[in-house]
Design a protein around this ligand. Structure first.
Ligand SMILES: Cc1cc2nc3c(=O)[nH]c(=O)nc-3n(C[C@H](O)[C@H](O)[C@H](O)COP(=O)(O)OP(=O)(O)OC[C@H]3O[C@@H](n4cnc5c(N)ncnc54)[C@H](O)[C@@H]3O)c2cc1C
Length: 262
């Protein structure tokens, strides 16, 4: 099925914030785990696309009779020579992005904006602590894979169960620990927070990256600040939360937070 991607003109202020629009075509789609679907795209102009590891694009999901819906998705992998871009979708329920990924087929067209996002890895850090849920797996893996083999890296990933595991090849020689919710709702699970709280932080000026469900990310950031990390040593972003549609949450100190529209 080919998708009509005609769009209403994009608000210039939005375009300034989120970058250029790219016309992409689906090359293929496959499940990389029972609850994770990878869609591979190409585009004639992708030779000019230069994302930093961990950055995202905004998908402009076409609607029958309305403006496209905007959804943020990490650039899981980008191959500039082949002009191939991979995006991994968590199949969390019956929602626009999940439906789009579920029916994506070779030849489908999609407009996206970007690359955008202030979070990328901090290569000079003495150590790196990555903590996130399923939605953060693409960002965490792409940052870890971009770090040098000598980098000292600990990763905690909270997922449903063993079937959600993926191989982490290349880049840093990371210690990766999977945490399994086993039926507990993702936004109610405390596993990641408890595990990070029990993790002894290494010496030196390290950097922590906490990504995923907003309430969990907020609690993780507060935990790390309480344990002595400076705010500048923490990159935190709320990727989703119950009831929120699209968008993202900047995680700041209490009373200072703002929800960013898509
Ligand atoms: C910078 C950034 C990068 C991201 N990268 C990825 C990525 O690589 N892969 C990925 O899968 N997601 C990623 N996300 C999260 C994704 O944008 C959201 O999950 C988004 O809401 C999905 O859109 P949707 O159309 O499926 O659901 P929406 O229409 O936005 O939401 C419908 C309902 O589903 C709930 N919901 C949304 N996401 C989840 C979830 N994961 N689990 C349970 N309930 C959920 C919402 O709270 C809402 O109630 C990223 C988000 C940000 C901000």
């Amino acid at each position: 099925m080919s998708t009509d991607t005609r769009m209403a003109p994009i608000d210039p202020a939005l375009a300034k914030r989120v970058g250029r629009t790219w016309s992409l075509t689906v090359v293929g789609a496959q499940d990389v785990a029972p609850r994770m679907r990878r869609v591979q795209f190409t585009g004639p102009e992708l030779a000019e696309f230069s994302p930093r590891p961990g950055q995202e694009i905004i998908l402009l999901l076409p609607q029958q009779s309305d403006e496209p819906l905007r959804r943020h998705y990490t650039i899981r992998h980008f191959d500039p020579a082949q002009k191939l871009l991979d995006v991994d979708f968590v199949l969390h329920g019956d929602s626009p992005a999940v439906r789009w990924a579920g029916s994506a087929q070779k030849g489908d067209a999609l407009n996206v904006m970007g690359p955008r996002g202030r979070i990328t890895m901090v290569p000079e850090a003495a150590w790196h602590l990555f903590a996130g849920d399923d939605t953060a797996l693409p960002a965490i893996f792409s940052m870890v894979q971009a770090l040098s083999a000598q980098a000292k890296v600990q990763v905690f990933l909270e997922v449903g169960d063993e079937s959600d595991r993926q191989a982490l090849d290349g880049g840093a020689n990371a210690t990766l620990e999977w945490l399994y919710r086993r039926g507990t709702r993702s936004d109610e699970s405390l596993l990641l927070i408890e595990r990070v709280a029990a993790f002894p932080l290494p010496d030196g000026a390290g950097h922590a990256y906490v990504l995923g469900e907003t309430r969990k990310v907020r609690a993780l950031r507060q935990e790390l600040i309480a344990r002595g990390l400076d705010r500048e040593q923490i990159s935190a972003e709320g990727y989703w939360r119950p009831g929120r549609v699209g968008g993202h949450d900047h995680i700041l100190d209490p009373g200072m937070e703002q929800r960013r529209p898509g």
